[in-house]
Design a protein around this ligand. Structure first.
Ligand code: HEC
Length: 403
């Protein structure tokens, strides 16, 4: 899927190939009339073939790019491109000089319409979304209102297609904001209801956010942090930005310094750029000094202590890392008492116990953790037939072991 998307986005790069080849082929074919003996003309059949191939590719990538988009220019650009390609194929087969006129006209038309579709050089990158990880960083208009308009309104209210003379893509041109609320809140059957023509209406949440924005004066730049949100509004925004679905993203922790941890063999990385949440792996020589982790104990969400010489008594400290989501304890000399010392890791979703000495009591303890989803148990004391039976009783937790 991502590959196809990329191919679509790369349409603008691909189209330069047919443009170059077709232009060259047309010019050389013209020159051929003057001087049919020119030596470079032996390349001409190859250039025509390359031009055709490149055109087919451009049409294909163009289709991927234009999915879910509409517009008159796009419509004509698409068909001009398709007929151009058909023209090229036909010319390859019949070599009819008459077709060259047809090809030339469509060639110019396709390029002209295509270039009018693209605005700005950063086109390839416009889809990059800002990742919202905390409500405080949300710009109300940019991050919430614009995406709503984009999803439900831009198709009819943008430059070049501003139905009712309304262009919603530009804040300065929006005009009467109350009208936006009125139109979107009408009964669906009302003739002034927006979005028009039976297009998907705003969701309850989108309606509430739009109303709220207009209610506070439709500001262009206001961060949610600057507004006094009621608990209800807060959870409305959290659900809009899907912060409620990814508990990782809604964790609110203060970052602490951790440079000295690196000196002690811990490889530490934020889980994404600028996050306070950390992925920690011990790569040092000898046993890790786990006490050091206490300084970042709320920040560690992934911890990899595989093959680091851990003993049961070390796990008490690991149990204090309350925001751990994933924990790798594989290839250590640990057994049931150590696992009990982990206590109630309330966020833990995944634990790896490959090549450890744990058995049924440890497994039983782990399966009671509220968020646990996956437990790796290869080469433990737990026999596969036993794990088979446990897995049957608990279909929502995956146990991973040799079968
Ligand atoms: C399918 C096309 C279409 C979509 C999608 C659409 N509109 Fe419209 N809109 C129209 C047309 C056509 C008119 C002009 C006719 C009318 O005023 O009802 C219009 C008019 C309006 C007007 C009145 C403009 C004025 O000043 O008279 C507003 C406000 C409006 N739309 C808001 C919206 C909002 C908000 C959305 C997204 C939730 C939206 N529209 C989505 C087609 C659409």
């Amino acid at each position: 899927m991502a590959m196809l998307e990329l191919l679509g986005k790369s349409h603008l790069l691909w189209v330069h190939l047919p443009i170059g080849f077709i232009f060259l082929a047309l010019v050389l074919t013209l020159l051929k009339r003057k001087n049919p003996e020119a030596p470079y003309l032996i390349l001409l059949p190859l250039i025509w073939r390359l031009a055709t191939l490149a055109a087919i590719f451009a049409v294909f990538s163009g289709f991927l790019l234009s999915e879910n988009q509409e517009g008159t220019n796009l419509f004509f650009h698409q068909y001009a491109g398709i007929f151009l390609t058909i023209g090229l194929i036909t010319y390859l087969i019949f070599k009819n000089e008459f077709l060259l006129i047809f090809i030339s006209i469509l060639f110019v038309t396709t390029i002209h319409l295509g270039s009018s579709l693209t605005h700005g050089e950063d086109y390839l990158f416009t889809e990059k979304k800002k990742v919202i990880t905390q409500l405080n960083e949300v710009e109300l208009y940019e991050d919430a209102i614009v995406p709503i308009f984009k999803a439900k309104c831009f198709s009819c209210h943008k430059p070049g297609k501003s139905k009712g003379d309304l262009d919603l893509t530009n804040y300065e041109k929006i005009g009467d904001k109350e009208e936006l609320v009125r139109r979107t809140h009408l009964p669906k059957s009302h003739k002034e209801f927006m979005p028009a023509n039976g297009k998907a209406p705003l969701s309850k949440e989108q309606l509430a956010i739009l109303s709220y924005w207009v209610e506070i004066g439709a500001p262009k730049s206001k961060r949610l942090a600057q507004l006094q949100l009621s608990a209800k509004r807060k959870s409305m925004f959290e659900s809009f930005f899907k912060l409620d679905e990814n508990p990782l993203l809604s964790l609110n922790v203060k970052p602490a310094k951790y440079e000295h941890l690196a000196k002690n063999g811990f490889l530490i990385q934020p889980i994404y750029r600028q996050s306070a949440l950390l992925e920690v792996k011990y790569t040092g020589k000898g046993k890790p000094d786990l006490k050091l982790l206490q300084e970042v104990k709320k920040q560690v969400v992934w911890l990899d202590l595989s093959n680091t010489g851990l003993r049961n008594e070390d796990l008490k400290i690991v149990g204090q890392l309350e925001n751990l989501f994933k924990l790798n304890l594989s290839k250590n000399d640990i057994s049931n008492p150590g696992i009990m010392d982990l206590g109630e890791l309330k966020n833990l979703t995944e634990i790896n116990l490959y090549e450890t000495e744990v058995n049924a009591a440890a497994l039983n303890h782990l399966m009671k953790l509220p968020k646990i989803q996956r437990i790796y148990l290869w080469e433990t004391k737990l026999p596969p037939y036993y794990l088979d039976s446990i897995a049957k009783i608990n279909p929502t937790i995956s146990l991973i072991y040799e079968r």
